[in-house]
Write a protein that binds this ligand. Structure first.
Ligand SMILES: *[C@@H]1O[C@H](CO)[C@@H](O)[C@H](O)[C@H]1NC(C)=O
Ligand SMILES: *[C@@H]1O[C@H](CO)[C@@H](O)[C@H](O)[C@H]1NC(C)=O
Ligand SMILES: [Cu+2]
Length: 325
């Protein structure tokens, strides 16, 4: 005879599904809400990746930090202006966050940049703080001349090139208005995946990339600026906020779709050189419409995942939450 309490427990477990194991999600916080020591812990972990030699034999990558940039560089034409845009970046952010934690002893989670706070005034953002942030821009050739990343010699980029260069920026306050709350709200109000995803890839996405400028404004090599990860985590939060408005529907197949193979030339992107193959369908997803089976290639930085595995940030594979500022 089952006692009522254990019966209720068993029913609850059954309702959750036997494989759902996300019971204590990692909390991703807004950068400006981190304590000084939390900020330094994140920066130190990123510097640790920049000081670890590359292990994956990806063209031009010298460090572990570069290897995450290489994954983006090699696939830029198959991961932008397609349905996989947000899922690919979600998987890349998770791979980066996992490396900070498992390879560099970081105990926190991937922070995000609450850009709407700074829209129209990126110059004054706390993210550019020299001692507890990502440093400024504005040295010779726009090179970051102050802060923890001032000396980093990036071996990938600009674009598809493999050349040593500094991380540069060219902050533009007017363009940064694209990251405003009004733009975020506009995307959250979209009622279909196709309109929500293309909205997010349009304005808030461009506001952060082009508002910071320099390396960040290059659609191919932008992860050479460590701010990339905070910008894209903010976009991932916007996607999640949108999904959470109708969670069951929007983590299901109904919440995916869109072009599977993008245009041959991406506006604002460097042209694809001949050694980068023309994108075709992905493994697991040969058709014209993006589906759950679509394999996201992490090039060994972390195991490959499918789009279906990254739809829910508190599912069988991912386990994190966004802490509101
Ligand atoms: C940078 O951040 C530190 C630590 O939070 C703070 O004490 C300092 O005033 C900031 N610098 C500027 C220029 O705002
Ligand atoms: C990851 O995916 C790519 C492209 O689908 C494939 O070529 C590669 O072999 C996969 N890697 C692993 C470790 O499965
Ligand atoms: Cu990208």
């Amino acid at each position: 005879m089952i006692r009522p309490t254990s019966f209720v427990l068993a029913a609850l477990l059954a309702a959750r599904g036997s494989t759902a194991e996300c019971t204590s999600p990692g909390g991703r916080k807004a950068w400006h809400t981190l304590s000084d020591s939390e900020k330094l812990a994140y920066i130190d972990a990123e510097l640790c990746l920049m000081n670890k030699p590359a292990t994956l034999d990806l063209p031009g990558a010298r460090t572990r930090f570069d290897e995450f940039q290489a994954v983006h560089q090699l696939q830029a034409y198959s991961t932008h202006f397609v349905g996989a845009f947000l899922p690919f970046h979600r998987a890349l952010l998770h791979a980066h966050e996992s490396a900070l934690r498992t390879e560099c002893g970081y105990e926190g989670y991937q922070p995000y940049w609450q850009e709407q706070l700074d829209a129209g005034n990126f110059q004054a953002s706390v993210v550019f703080n020299d001692t507890h942030g990502f440093g400024g821009g504005g040295g010779a050739n726009g090179c970051i001349s102050t802060g923890p990343f001032a000396d980093y010699v990036n071996s990938l980029g600009p674009g598809y090139e493999v050349t040593d260069h500094c991380i540069n920026r060219q902050i533009n306050d007017r363009i940064s208005l694209g990251s405003s709350q009004a733009q975020v709200d506009n995307c959250l109000s979209k009622t279909t995946w196709a309109t929500a995803w293309s909205c997010i890839e349009g304005q808030p996405h461009s506001g952060g990339h082009l508002g910071v400028g320099g390396q960040m404004s290059n659609g191919v090599s932008s992860p050479g600026d460590p701010l990339f990860y905070l910008h894209h985590t903010w976009l991932d939060k916007i996607w999640w906020d949108w999904q959470a408005l109708d969670r069951t529907e929007r983590v299901s197949e109904a919440g995916m779709g869109g072009a599977n193979v993008g245009p041959d030339f991406l506006p604002g992107f460097p042209p694809r050189p001949s050694h980068i193959p023309k994108p075709t369908g992905a493994d697991g997803d040969p058709g014209t419409e993006t589906t759950f089976g679509h394999v996201l290639n992490m090039y060994g930085n972390s195991p490959n995942v499918t789009i279906g595995m990254v739809m829910d940030i508190q599912g069988d594979h991912l386990c994190y939450e966004y802490i509101e500022p």
